[in-house]
Design a protein. Structure first.
Length: 125
């Protein structure tokens, strides 16, 4: 009976190692959540931009279209700001067989999230 007894339980070092592993796991989950939220915001904004571009194509489809416009500069009657986040520009060009190509470009205004430009090109008679 003079020897050490086997004690059951955790030592301080085992508890510290377990806490470090739990903290590392939580950090991984939180970084994944941050990436998921950022991706969701970008997807929502791209969906909005795509819808606004399609609306402009439908509007142009149902109206008289004069060739002109620019995708790089704000040309009178060929751009608007359908929302505070985007500038919408369009260009109408006529080819040799009489069909028109309509290009709508959605350019993001300076927002906190980096968004790509949305370009929609279609041909109309």
């Amino acid at each position: 009976m003079g020897g050490k007894e086997n004690s059951k339980g955790f030592t301080l070092i085992e508890c510290v190692i377990a806490m470090v592993l739990v903290v590392v796991g939580f950090m991984a989950v939180f970084s994944l959540l941050t990436i998921c939220l950022r991706t969701e915001v970008i997807a929502r904004e791209m969906t909005t931009a795509n819808s606004l571009a399609r609306l402009k194509v439908e509007e142009l489809k149902n109206s008289a279209r004069n060739p002109g416009g620019s995708l790089t500069a704000n040309t009178t009657n060929y751009f608007d700001n359908p929302s505070s986040r985007y500038t919408r520009r369009w260009q109408v060009s006529t080819d040799s067989i009489g069909t028109q190509t309509v290009t709508v470009l959605m350019t993001p205004n300076n927002s906190g999230v980096i968004l790509p430009e949305i370009r929609l090109i279609t041909r109309m008679n």
